[in-house]
Design a protein around this ligand. Structure first.
Ligand code: ADP
Ligand code: ADP
Ligand code: ZN
Length: 213
């Protein structure tokens, strides 16, 4: 099953992708996590990506497309994958379609987690991310058992630099301008499934699983 997660920053894509990954036994591939790991390890890619990310802008397509196209050729993607945070532009979506097409494959579901802008700022200011495994929590809606420590791996939680309200506003503008058009793109392909992302995490998950079977 080949899945992509669509939705505004903070809509809950990562939260659902992690749960779906466990449920279906397919890898969760988050381009944001890949970039953050590269920044942490001070790689060339990390150095290039950092200034865009800090500004709330998108990293250029040429830095992300090959990375993802190569990643989904890995053996662990044989049964499928969940892409979270990619594609984010029409050229990225076209590059993905092209790569899959060459192997007689396609995206089965584009899951659009729909959350209005009004809810996003609150979501983001309460988001806490694990530096170790990338798990995300929310101080109110999805708290950890022990404060400041990841339930999954025990490492420290941080507030992401780009989750400051000013940067979130910028990221929302970028989302509406460059990423939202993908909803139409996947609707035309008959792959779109929209879920109301303002519901409880578990309700959103159950709704998606009902659709996917
Ligand atoms: P969120 O979870 O809030 O939607 P991500 O972790 O997916 O955010 O992405 C964080 C940042 O990483 C983005 O603001 C952007 O700068 C960069 N990024 C991640 N994926 C992509 C992509 N597919 N194309 C361009 N930039 C990306
Ligand atoms: P995205 O990957 O789309 O940027 P996340 O999965 O990181 O979003 O979720 C953003 C924040 O909102 C996190 O703090 C997360 O715990 C919280 N969250 C996710 N889904 C829900 C939900 N359905 N209701 C309330 N809070 C949620
Ligand atoms: Zn962790």
């Amino acid at each position: 099953m080949k899945i992509i997660m669509l939705g505004a920053p903070g809509a809950g894509k990562g939260t659902q992708a992690k749960m779906l990954s466990e449920r279906y036994g397919i890898p969760h591939i988050s381009t944001g996590d890949i970039f953050r790991a590269n920044i942490k390890n001070n790689t060339e890619l990390g150095k290039k990506a950092k200034s865009y990310m800090d500004a709330g802008a998108l990293v250029p397509d040429e830095l992300v497309v090959d990375l993802v196209v190569d990643r989904i050729k890995n053996a662990d993607c044989m049964k499928g994958f969940i892409l979270d945070g990619f594609p984010r532009t029409i050229p990225q979506a076209e590059a993905l379609d092209y790569a899959l097409n060459n192997q007689n494959e396609k995206i089965d579901y584009a899951i659009n987690v729909d959350v209005p802008d009004e809810n996003i700022i609150e979501r983001m200011s309460g988001r806490r991310a694990c530096v170790g495994c990338g798990a995300t929590y929310h101080v109110v809606y999805n708290p950890t058992k022990a404060e400041g420590v990841c339930d999954q791996c025990g490492q420290e939680l941080i507030l992401r630099d780009d989750d400051k309200p000013e940067t979130v506003k910028k990221r929302l503008d970028v989302y509406h301008e460059q990423t939202q058009p993908l909803i139409d793109h996947y609707e035309k392909k008959g792959a779109l499934f929209t879920v109301d992302g303002t519901q409880d995490i578990q309700v959103v998950f159950d709704t998606i699983v009902k659709k996917l079977g």
